[in-house]
Design a protein around this ligand. Sequence first.
Ligand code: MN
Length: 257
Amino acid sequence: MRILITNDDGVHAPGLRALVSELTSLGEVVVFAPEREQSCSGHAITLHKPLRIRDARIDGADVRAYSVSGTPADCVVLGCLQEKEPFDLVLSGINAGANLGEEVFYSGTVAAAMEASLHGIRSVAMSVTAYRDCDFRAAAQFATRFGPACTTMDLPPDTVLNVNVPSLPPDQIRGVRVTRLGRRSYENFLERREDPRGVPYYWFSGEAREADATEDTDIGATQAGFISVTPMRFDITAYEAMGGIMSQLSAMGLVKP
Ligand code: MN
């Protein structure tokens, strides 16, 4: 099996190293990851400057690795172009910090997995629910079983698997739940401060408040100590809204009947 590993925390992040060292037992692992942290870069690609690829080393692992002067999505596009043989699986992570609810739209980790699915490759985004002092062991061990399993899993086209793992010792993980996205909202989201010259600046901060964290959600599952697997897809069309919009536009005389 050929596995492409990327992330948004950068090629030297400990979560990527944890994933690489577990997965080398499964087949050929190749790393294309951003040269520096790209968290919250979403699905951006680099259009207005050149992309550079440099050889990189992952400590403690004998794999081919490249650092890319771009975003996580760039890494997946480049990885697929540069490598002659196709990949069977793309794993993005392990991210330090959960990607739950609407965070999936900001996440570079999830975007890289989404990009891979747009290239027709089975893909998994993997995150742990802590930013500091992360325990990546449970997530890395789960990846060795879940990764190969999902390459043969029967899934609808363009499905991306978003996995969040509690940052707990492996023996404290209670199991696995298949979940839907919950909702979070942030308080004091953008903080206004002043620089030493009295000029205001703004900094994203604030605490996440769970707005929908019932036990069938990704938030609820990870809070209860379960690994959360959320199947997601590229098509976010609100199909149920289409008819209503059409009839309201018709009533306004904006569309021909
Ligand atoms: Mn990140």
